[in-house]
Ligand binder design. Sequence first.
Ligand code: ATP
Ligand code: MG
Length: 730
Amino acid sequence: MTSLLSDLNPQQLEAITLPHQSVLVLAGAGSGKTRVLTTRIAYLIQSGQVSPSGILAVTFTNKAAKEMLTRITAMLPINPRGMWIGTFHGLCHRMLRSHYQDAGLPQAFQILDSADQLALIKRILKDLSADDKKFPPRQVQWFINNAKESGLRAAYVTIDDVFSRHMLEFYQAYELQCHKVSAVDFAELLLRSYELLSRNEILCQHYRERFNHILVDEFQDTNPLQYKWLKLLSGTGTKEAAAVFAVGDDDQSIYAFRGAYSGNMKDFERDFGITKIIKLEQNYRSHGNILDAANALIENNSERLGKNLWTAEGRGEPLRVYNAPNDFDEAAFIVEEVKTLHAEGIALSEIALLYRSNAQSRVFEHSLFNAAIPYRVYGGMRFFDRQEIKHALAYLRLIANLDDDGALLRVINFPTRGIGARSVEQLQEDAKVQGGSLWAAALLKCDGEVSLPQESHKSLKGVAKFVFLIMTMRQSCGELALPQIVECMLIHSELLTHYAKERESSERLENLNELINAATSFVHEAGNDSLAEFLAHASLEAGEHQVGSDRDALQLMTVHAAKGLEFHTVFLSGLEEGLFPHENSLNESNGIAEERRLMYVAMTRARRRLYLSFTQSRMLHGQTRYNIASRFLDEIPQTCLKWMQAAPRTSFRYSNSTNPISTSASSIQLRSSNSSRGGWKIGQSVMHAKFGTGVIINCEGCGSDARVQVNFDQAGMKWLSLEYAKLSTV
Ligand code: ATP
Ligand code: MG
């Protein structure tokens, strides 16, 4: 017992050893909340106050749940089976499996993940002959999940216009279909478990008696239905009520956009009769400069419950700030620093590279791949594995090779053009009989040379449409350069318009536009304009350097996915207005405050070293954007910062000779207009023998590697190698 309780500060000790009562531990990042929660579980069991089966502990990710279990079993040699430790979804699933009959489910009910759910919704919309332009399936999915997360069955949804009447109709059809095929989606797990407990008093009583102690990590991010579920299960107000031990940090509430409601903390105090709020104020994670910087930043938020964090550690190193000319240079800088740290003995798994938006990972993945640094991407798919990118690549594959059956199957009905599954099967049979490719079979079908009486007219029209589309696309791409081929494909395939109609589509659109950038850099890197080689490069990057979880690897993730974790070193990239804070947050009330909390979460992941980087220009949405440094950089005291001057690096793609280095806050300004290469300057008017006149808008590299991006009056945007382009001044 003493070993369990050693090395704890008085507040931590108090929280861990509190008698049976509900309590709120409100504390900042790295103050030991998760440690206190896991130690309390071990303590309660070891002191005989509860058996493992009397424990229910809940957190937000599978990774965090696993970590919790590991920490407990390291403290206590017990069989962890009896304890219920997991995510809300995981625990509700466990409950429904045990009581499937009472929950009105067959024993073999299946779980629909988000992609399965979407596919089902699409089928339903089709069956109802709903116009998917008017009612994008993702929007229908969002409507259904949102209703469920608010605890609303279709029968209780109120409608106030024609649009929502249709949505409701889809919701009803979806409920019916799920019932028919015994399928349960994620939101349903929670709702059904809640309904089961509220309907079945005996069962509810059983669980209330069983779970004496309920412990919740990251409480600030619970949504209203999760909160109601906790309230019901704990039986607050009754005499057999469980003790609910909730730990949270209002400064780390980062899921408001997904319906989480940090006001739950206030409700919790009221509903659970909290008489004791324990505050932990000592941070054990980070060195002084990191903590001071994070504290200073978060003070700019006004609606805070307020707390002070201090550390007994020294000040440690200052935060290292790097102002990169562009995103490639930022990646190259990080790669070099990672190499140095690794050579100094820091494990790669102790280094995290964080970004605000998933689309940023591509440039990093590319540079890491080239530098042969193993890495893992968490909480998001690798760039070339993402659904929208796979669809786009499938179109490109068809442009390169009409007989690529896999690619054809992926996009023949995506975006939907009325080709049903049966028609696709028929096509596959035809191809088998004819001994040719699916494309050849499709051509024959359109020519009317194969009569298919059972084929629906609509499907046939769809196939003809597809054949025509691919032919037009190939023709239009003709002699275009690789990036323009990608662009042309995105437009013709209607992938852009398709995704643009979806709710929450901005990330997919960003990724699609990022594919144009990928092609541009490929041409530059490989000195090769071949579509086939680009496609080979994409599949190579998608597969080859995927590292196993047991291998030491650099950790790449979004800031959201980093919640609760800690690393020796953290690289926080893309600190630019519009990116972090994200542009979407600018129009939302409290949007900036939520972004600032996200920034606070990101900074406080670092134990010893924190890098902050931003770029003067970045390729985003298919265009070069000139950036202003994030306002969050201005909110950090200069005394905590050290401005980095990049060491000369042979592996750099771009020279950083114009990188502004300064120790004053006012230096966080754009200087890209001063960038020069061999006398060429941004903003300068130039003349090219073939493309005519234009203005230089970007410069990169030096020596024989130097190139400029010119916006030509007639020919548009072009990247040109200075060595070969023979530009003259105007
Ligand atoms: P977050 O808000 O980021 O989730 P947290 O409050 O949950 O942070 P923990 O992850 O529990 O913090 O702890 C942060 C680090 O401090 C861990 O490495 C933990 O082992 C360490 N720590 C916590 N309490 C102590 C202590 N009393 N003595 C030494 N180290 C401690
Ligand atoms: Mg924690």
